[in-house]
Design a protein around this ligand. Sequence first.
Ligand code: ADP
Ligand code: MG
Length: 693
Amino acid sequence: MCEFSARFGCKVFSDEVMVERLPRPIYKSLKHSVDDGCPLEPDVANVVATAMKDWAVENGATHFTHWFQPMTGITAGKHDSFISPQEDGKVILEFSGKELIKGEPDASSFPNGGLRNTFEARGYTMWDCTSPAFIKEGTLYIPTAFCAYTGEALDAKTPLLRSMEVISKQALRILRLFGNTTSTRVISTVGAEQEYFLVDRKNYENRLDLKICGRTLFGAKPPKGQEMDDHYCGRIRLRVGEYMRQLDTRLWELGVTSKTKHNEVAPAQHELAPVFESANIATDHNQLTMEMMRIVAKQNGLACLLHEKPFDHINGSGKHNNWSLSTNDGMNLFNPGKTPYDNVQFLIFLCAVIQALDKYPELLRVTASSAGNDHRLGANEAPPAIISIFLGEHLTSILQDIAEGSAHTEEMIGMFETSVATLPNLPKDDSDRNRTSPFAFTGNKFEFRMVGSSASIAAPNWVLNTIVADSLEEFADRLENAKNFDAEIKSIVADTMHNHGKIIFNGNGYTEEWVEHAEKLGLPNINNSVDAAKAMIQDKNVEVLSRFGILSDIECHSRYEILLENYAKTITIEANTMLEMVKRQILPAAMRYAGDIAASYNELAASGIQNAAMKKHLDKLSSMIDCISQMTEMLEAELEASGSVDFLVTAQNCRDKIIPQMNNLRDCVDNLETITSAEYWPIPTYTDLLHRV
Ligand code: ADP
Ligand code: MG
């Protein structure tokens, strides 16, 4: 084995390591839990824990942590060492099955959306044995799910794990109907393409807005942005290339399958795409990827920006969540098959997605909502805020033909053999040309393009799993009870197209016509997070989530509160950061600059020269300073008035009052920047940030 492949996953407690280190029966029992989702026996856990600890210590770890994903969007965990003091004053290294399986962090310090008031503040973390443990910076990381003591989910992963079971069960029912007796599990697979910006660390350190908020709150349009389209897939600069090399190495050691890297559309913007894997592991690996991106950047004198809109005037960053379903024996259920019969199975799964998106567009939309992503969705760079599916003309017309075909059984079967049999020839490339769709079928998977670059991908995937399972359950019920299987299939396709076909849109999603047409079709166009959050308490959504045991009524409500609270906190922090920058950096600099010009003007006047340009410049500066201080006071007043005991009112105030006032203040400051001497301007400009790496 070459060194490169030996290093891949060298910090992961992988299947290979388990085979090597666990007694055969223990390994089999653990595998059974991982593959079939069964609980782990305590004796098994003890043996696994000891093997894990020994392996971790041999590989330089001294601590372990239950790694979890609270609803802060990032990961958390406290680190405990393996040491256990003995009576003789010495220590031994210990790690029990109990410690592996369960931890008890204090849940009250994490967002819980009102659950704190109703329930005990204690929480616990439960080992998720389906995602492998790994070593990072001397600590053994154990992926876990995080719940309140009373069982309510407090994290991003618990509903995802629940949804993996649900989709597997319903998809298997369909497969059995098509004669598949061998697959035992259906897994949702995900590959998350991650966009990011890299800026010089010194410039980053000199921008309070970047440090605190992850985005620039000020910054005049630079002379050169992305208008030349010369960055996309262009030559990777040496410094960035070195960064990407180190990042890949670190990720590969952790078992993250980083595969593709390239420059993105905006200057200083890049992308990393991994090879897809199970949704659960992909979610953990995307978090690790984001963490590593930040760490490696810092080590290289760079800063990695994962915010959805770090800069005005140029593209923001998203995450393309590629989603599909696959059997445990490797069959991709969205791969059009080779025989007409396989194709029919494919069409059923396709219809399940169409129906799911049309029934629950608000629920999918809310998984891409955040204060940061509000800057993207609906602007001319990201998909519109309207959920629709791109299938391509070919596939759409096949579905339409079947839906409109004759009801006679014989003819219908004939039709399957003709029109449906053309599917294997589907020109795959053709299906992915449309980059304006929020949800595109790309040949053998769906690409959900709305997700924000900084967001966890857990929610988009637990929603997809759940709403598609909802359709599959309905179809399986129908097919299991059908007198004529083929006729029932046709009627499923027909019903899907008649009732839900409006969600299919193959045109340009960026146009005004689409926005108008979508409104006529009754497709929701939700362009801000405050309105999007409502989906979490919408009856039909709560119904489907609780029916499948993904989130209870209470859990849905808590997530609604958390979304709104996170939104309001983000906006308030941004507004306060603006105020601090204006009052302590921008206004003082502008005043100093104006004062120095005034002094020069007076000196000239003393020598008999009245310079008109200087006077004009001074007048302009002076009125801009006035404008800024007035806007500052107004923003302060809005902030003062915005807080309310009602979290919805607070969030609405942020959206309707604070953001417009922040924009006004920003306009004044950006104008000032364009007429202030570079020597005096207190913060790095857009050109410094975008063209200095
Ligand atoms: P692009 O979207 O740029 O055309 P690709 O089609 O090569 O790029 O793939 C994009 C992402 O989709 C990659 O992360 C890849 O691993 C992922 N992907 C490919 N097949 C699947 C699948 N069956 N399930 C989930 N993700 C997939
Ligand atoms: Mg893509």
